[in-house]
Design a protein. Structure first.
Lengths: 175, 273
């Protein structure tokens, strides 16, 4: 329970960073998608169920501050979380390579779908231009952010998980 | 023992009676002792100097620390003043805007968050329906039109800026009053320009630098608010209308405070009903 609260706190802090801090930094070419970073990281550490839940919260937060219908990003992020979580049992969460690949793929997919839904349907057909100027800068900055944040999230999750286990054991002993 | 006492007394008597004897004795002792005294004195001076030097160093380092702290304080103060200065300038421009469009009732608001992605240029301000903000109210920034309110909560309002890709404004050239459409474009946003199109200008009166303002036939934007200045203009393929780019008057890079006009445009439809 406490671990989930901590994860929720991480999400909120990152959301504030993403909306109020990163857009103000002038040399940052694109705002990194921290929500994607968290969803993939948590899913890869904790599995599909928690990944999907994290994705839902992250996506909903994005939807709230984006114009357009609620649930659009949430749906995509739930899928992202669920799919990323399927690797959790087979791979050690210390290895950052797979989260990097997952983030790369899902951020590309997420942005491409935004492009199709929000821009292509309004007659903006220059996909190459959008890919070069909007999507790729975001993907790159997101990957950099993943590299910076993954260790921290991993460590936090590890500590909290240990505490959780201890809590369970002490409960058994008391009984 | 007795001999020694006798010598002492004799010496006493001799020196009291005349100083002639004490001179050589004194000088003899002086000859032997003075170098030692001198040496010791030098050592003492050296020690004293070292000590006082050390005290000086300590004193200097104390002073240095004090000065450093003072510099730090002054730098902090200076930074604060510089910040205040820039804030003052920002607020002054905003105040000028307020005076420029003085016929409208406005409310100042602070930008508290931006769009989390890179696709839309929307931002959220700290005023909402509690302060009388409603959807479709026009928003002014430093220099000109910034955007329009798209969503409203009790203490926040989301504003879509005019550089957003989905923004379409019915505008007109300020000198000819010919209507045109101004729309944001994500791809040309980096160059700081927005597009306009469908401008009729058969007399070539609209040139680079012509001001573009919101049009009187727009149903959401109040009339005559400055959008920006024409940067380049070219004739469309249809030979009738012109299109080109506009440099917005408002600065979108570092937008911090905005003015929301608390007045909605009354359309003919509303008047009928």
């Amino acid at each position: 329970m406490r671990r989930k609260l901590v994860i929720f706190l991480i999400i909120v802090v990152c959301y504030i960073l993403q909306t109020a801090v990163f857009p103000m930094i002038p040399f940052l070419g694109a705002v990194p998608n921290l929500m994607m970073v968290i969803t993939v990281s948590i899913a890869f550490m904790q599995g599909s169920a928690e990944g999907a839940l994290t994705g839902f919260i992250c996506g909903l937060l994005l939807d709230i501050s984006n114009p357009g219908p609620l649930g659009f990003s949430a749906l995509l992020f739930v899928i992202t979380g669920y799919f990323s979580g399927t690797f959790a049992e087979k791979y050690f969460d210390e290895d950052i390579k797979l989260p990097l690949l997952l983030t790369l793929v899902f951020d590309l997919v997420y942005n491409t779908i935004i492009y199709i839904a929000g821009f292509l349907l309004r007659g903006r057909t220059d996909f190459a231009g959008y890919l070069k100027n909007i999507i790729l800068p975001e993907v790159v900055s997101t990957l950099i952010m993943l590299m910076l944040l993954y260790r921290i999230i991993l460590k936090l999750n590890h500590v909290m998980r240990e505490k959780e286990k201890k809590g369970i054991y002490s409960l058994w002993i008391r009984d | 023992m007795a001999v020694l006492i006798i010598i002492c007394i004799g010496l006493l008597m001799a020196t009291i009676s005349s100083s002639r004897i004490s001179g050589p004795v004194r000088s003899a002792t002086g000859f032997v002792v003075t170098p030692f005294q001198n040496g010791i004195n030098r050592i003492g001076t050296w020690v004293y100097r070292q000590f006082s030097g050390f005290q000086d160093v300590k004193h200097l380092s104390d002073e240095n620390e004090e000065l450093k702290a003072e510099i730090e304080q002054l730098t902090l103060k200076n930074n604060e003043l510089v910040q205040n200065q820039s804030e003052l300038e920002r607020l002054r421009t905003l105040y000028q805007m307020d005076r420029k469009y003085s016929e409208y009732d406005k409310i100042a608001a602070e930008v508290i968050s931006r769009n989390p992605g890179n696709w839309y240029s929307t931002f959220v301000v700290n005023r909402g329906s509690d302060d009388g903000v409603a959807v479709d109210m026009n928003v002014l920034g430093y220099g000109g039109l910034v955007g329009i309110v798209t969503q409203v909560g009790p203490n926040w309002a989301q504003i879509r800026s005019i550089v957003d890709d989905e923004s379409n404004i019915s505008a007109m050239a300020s000198n000819t009053s010919e209507p045109c459409v101004v729309n944001g474009n994500l791809l040309s946003m980096d160059s700081g320009k927005i597009n306009f199109s469908a401008l009729r200008d058969s007399d070539n009166q609209v040139i680079e630098g012509t001001a573009v303002v919101t049009s009187n036939i727009s149903d959401k934007y109040l009339t005559g608010i400055l959008i920006g200045y024409v940067a380049d203009i070219s004739l469309d393929a249809n030979n009738l209308t012109k299109s080109g780019t506009i440099i917005p008057a408002a600065d979108f890079q570092n937008i911090r405070e905005v003015l929301i006009i608390k007045e909605l445009k009354t359309t003919a439809k509303e008047l009928e009903s």
